[in-house]
Design a protein around this ligand. Sequence first.
Ligand code: IPM
Ligand code: MN
Length: 368
Amino acid sequence: MNKQIVLLPGDGIGTEVIKSAQEVLIAVAEEFGHQFSFETHDIGGSAVDKHGTPLPEATVEACKQADAVLLGAVGGPKWDELPSHLRPERGLLGIRKALNLFANLRPVKGFPKLLHASPLKEEVVKGSDLLIVRELIGGLYFGQPSERRDNGETVVDTLSYTKKEIEQVVDKAFQSAQLRRKQLTSVDKANVLESSKLWREVVEEKKTAYPDVSVEHLLVDAAAMKLITNPGQFDVIVTENMFGDILSDEASVLTGSLGMLPSASLREDGVGLYEPVHGSAPDIAGKGVANPLAMILSSALMLRHSFHLENEAELIESAVQSILNEGYYTADLQVKDGQQVGTKEMTRLIVELIKSQNTTKSIQNCYA
Ligand code: IPM
Ligand code: MN
C-alpha cells in the first residue's frame, strides 16, 4: 500500500512525539511491505514564529493532498498574549474546518498496569471502555464571529447547528456503536437549549436505521456526574463540540493516564487527522521525557480508520500493551517496580517489538 502522510509536529512535546510515531510507522511499513511517505509542515505557535500565521496556506494545501495527517500538539505560554486570530489553537481549529473533519473519536480504555493511578477507586474504573464521538466543526466554536459590543461590556458567542451537521456525526456514532457493544448515549442540554432539542430529535429519527443499537439520552450535567460515578455504564457517547471537549477531558483522566490517549478526527471519505488528546506540555518540552504512547496509538488509529490496515493497527496496540506489561513507563506514569525510560527509549522498545512479533494479536481491538 502506498500512502502519503503529512506530519504536523506543532509545538512543545509535539515535535518529540511525532518522531516516535514516524519511526513506528516506518517499522510497520517495512514489516508489512507498505510504502508510507512523509512530508512535514508547520502549524501552531511555531508557524506563527516562522510565517506570521498559525495555519500557513502551504500546510492546508499539503493536508488536502494527503491520505492522512498526524498532528503533535499546539500552544504554549510563549504565544498566550497574541490576539485570538493568531493564537496557536486557531491553527488546529482551522485545519479541522478546512478538512471538514466533523467527527472526533476519543476512545478511553484503561491499561491494567496504570489503573492504580486513576483518581477514582480502582473498582469504579476497572473495566471501563468507552468512546466519545464529539462533533468537531460546529457549535460554539464555529458560530457567527464572536463579538464584543457596548465598549466591550457585552459579548456574543453563537451556538448554531444545521440538521445535516448533526445527522452526519450521529450516523458516525451509531456506526461506531455497531462495531462495539451497541449502546449509544446521546448527551445534550435539551431542557434548556434549542440546539439540543434538535440534536435529540435527530437521534430519535436516526435510531430506526440502527435497530441493533440501544439509545439513551442524558443531560450533560448528569453525564458529567455519571462519568465519574459509574464510567463502566458507557459504551459510545455522542455529543456536540463544546460538551464533547469538556467530557473528553474528564473521561481522559479516568484511566490515570492522559499521556496514553489517542484521537481520530474524520470526514466521510476516511481522510483523517490523528493526534494525542494531551497538549504540548511546555514544562517538559525538549527534555526527552515526554510519553510518546498517545501519539503512537494515534498512528494506529490512522492505520485503522484511514487505511483500513487492521492487523497493522492491532500490532501497534499490542506492542504498547506488552511494553507496559513488561514494566516500562515514562515519567508521567507510575508503574510499581517498573523501569522508567525516556521518549526515545520507549519508542525503540516499541519498534523492536513490532519488528520481532509481527504476528502477535494479543489484545482485542479496543480502539474501533
Ligand atoms: C482539544 C483542545 C482544543 C479544542 C483546543 C486546543 C482548541 O482542547 O482538542 O480538545 O478545544 O478542541
Ligand atoms: Mn479539549
